[in-house]
Ligand binder design. Structure first.
Ligand SMILES: C[S@@+](CC[C@H](N)C(=O)[O-])C[C@H]1O[C@@H](n2cnc3c(N)ncnc32)[C@H](O)[C@@H]1O
Length: 264
């Protein structure tokens, strides 16, 4: 199987149509393929390969990183987490991978995903159907901070939410609204996994108001009982962080950083 995975992986490494940023994840570890890809069946692998080709052509590039997806994979499959909400699905990379996890766990109605953009949502929905995951994943168009969404999610998931994945606007105000809306809806000991909490990622806030980092810091002081783990890059200037070699010299390899927030 390992050899098969390495062979499958080489197709990505050698594909000149893929951008370096994407290709490098199939090369960087050298002797093995990260679990988020190696657990795929041949059919699922082929679908992801096709998905990469089409998103490359359409310039839909902006999916969650391999380190972040690997943490999610460990949480979900290591704990049989069955009721998941995602805020921001973009072109569907994480929705597909989580859908594959849910299918292996035999858990239908397991992921309720929300994105404000109808174009990427239509694209994601088409890929979910193409992958045969429509019984496992629900794709929804809405602002992820809309007050009616938690109830809709609970209805679809048939119970208390166990995991919320936040990877949406990256704006300070909106992210704070998301935390205020979704944290109270979590099951006790449930988890919010947030991407882009590093100082480096504050640039992604189009309003320039401080991004996810500021939202999380402020929200934390209003929820002293929440248990928060931050995985961050080392403090380095942004131009250095952007250089692959420097980023790849870190223990947690994604310069955007993540937080795991547990409801106590
Ligand atoms: C970084 S991408 C998400 C990547 C995705 N998690 C993946 O793995 O491919 C951010 C997404 O958040 C969406 N978004 C931005 N503002 C939003 C909002 N107010 N409500 C919901 N989604 C939003 C964007 O349309 C975009 O698709």
């Amino acid at each position: 199987m390992r050899q098969t995975n390495m062979n499958r992986s080489q197709n990505f490494v050698n594909n000149p149509n893929l951008t370096d940023r994407r290709r490098r994840w199939f090369d960087v570890f050298g002797s093995y393929v990260p679990i988020i890809f190696s657990f795929l069946t041949d059919e699922e692998w082929n679908l992801i390969e096709e998905w990469y080709t089409e998103t490359e052509e359409k310039h839909f590039i902006g999916e969650a990183s391999v380190p972040f997806m690997s943490v999610l994979h460990g949480l979900i499959m290591g704990n049989k987490i069955q009721r998941i909400v995602q805020l921001g699905h973009y072109a569907g990379f994480s929705s597909l991978l989580i859908g594959f996890m849910l299918r292996k766990m035999d858990r239908k109605n397991g992921l309720f995903s929300i994105d404000i953009d109808p174009i990427v949502s239509e694209f994601t929905d088409a890929w979910i159907k193409k992958a045969g995951l429509q019984e496992y994943v629900s794709v929804n168009i809405s602002d992820s901070a809309a007050p009616d969404m938690p109830e809709k999610a609970e209805e679809y998931l048939k119970g208390d939410i166990e995991l919320v994945i936040i990877d949406s606007s990256h704006q300070y105000r909106h992210t704070k609204q998301e935390l205020e809306l979704w944290y109270p809806k979590l099951k006790k000991t449930g988890i919010i996994a947030m991407h882009d909490i590093s100082e480096f990622a504050t640039d992604f806030d189009s309003t320039g108001e401080g991004g996810v980092e500021k939202a999380l810091n402020e929200w934390e002081s209003s929820e002293p009982n929440a248990s928060i783990l931050r995985l961050l890059p080392q403090d380095l200037p942004k131009d250095v962080l952007l250089q692959q070699d420097h980023v790849f010299d870190r223990v947690y390899r994604d310069p955007c950083g993540i937080a795991l927030i547990q409801k106590r």
